[in-house]
Design a protein around this ligand. Structure first.
Ligand SMILES: [Zn+2]
Length: 207
């Protein structure tokens, strides 16, 4: 099944050029690995050398320049995907620190990966019937669903789907289906959890 929620072109461009903060890059890369459409876009963006960008007239760099460059590239040959194929489940390949159980249905594990000290990179697993922690964001949050599904105000997110939120948002995703929903997160700054479960879960994630 192809993912239905993808990073924006701006996020893919930052990922392709290696300028995304590494924790956030891990979350985007996890989506890209499982998404043929985004692999194609990343390959095209990488094929755009700095020379090609510099060759564009200055005026074209404003506004929708990237979209127009992408449109031109749609007819270009697509380089072979450079993403390595590892057949193990994604969850088994992430370098997770020990799981910390928040409740019998909820665990969180930090990802042992380089990232900005102000950010958090972690996996959160929530079993069906367990509430996720209502929380506010003060910065950006990227999420790729590894297993299961959740629904929030934006829609249904299933394995492989990518979600990004920016700035002040107060939301509470609900786990769908009958298996635990496991998601990889990168979060900018500290979360402002609400309620006891939120304080417990994100207290751990903020360690
Ligand atoms: Zn995608």
């Amino acid at each position: 099944m192809s993912p239905r929620h993808h990073p924006s072109v701006d996020v893919l461009a930052a990922y392709a050029s290696g300028t995304l903060e590494s924790g956030f890059g891990l979350v985007v890369g996890t989506h890209v690995e499982g998404c043929a459409e985004c692999r194609r876009q990343v390959s095209q963006l990488q094929a755009l050398s700095g020379e090609a960008l510099r060759a564009l007239p200055q005026a074209e760099m404003a506004g929708d320049a990237l979209a127009r460059v992408m449109a031109r590239l749609d007819d270009a040959p697509v380089p072979a995907a450079r993403i390595e194929t590892d057949r193990r489940p994604l969850l088994d390949r992430l370098p997770l620190k020990p799981r910390k159980w928040i409740t019998p249905g909820v665990w969180v594990a930090a990802v042992d990966t380089p990232h900005d000290a102000d950010n958090r990179v972690y996996v959160l697993s929530v079993a069906p019937g367990w509430p996720t922690a209502r929380h506010e964001h003060t910065g950006a949050e990227f999420c790729t669903v590894l297993k299961g599904a959740f629904r929030d105000e934006i829609g249904l997110f299933q394995a492989g789907d990518f979600a990004a939120t920016e700035g002040e948002l107060n939301h509470q995703p609900i786990v769908q289906g009958d298996e635990a929903c496991v998601c990889l997160f990168a979060t900018e700054g500290r979360l402002k959890p609400q309620g006891l479960l939120g304080r417990l879960a994100f207290g751990y994630a903020n360690v």
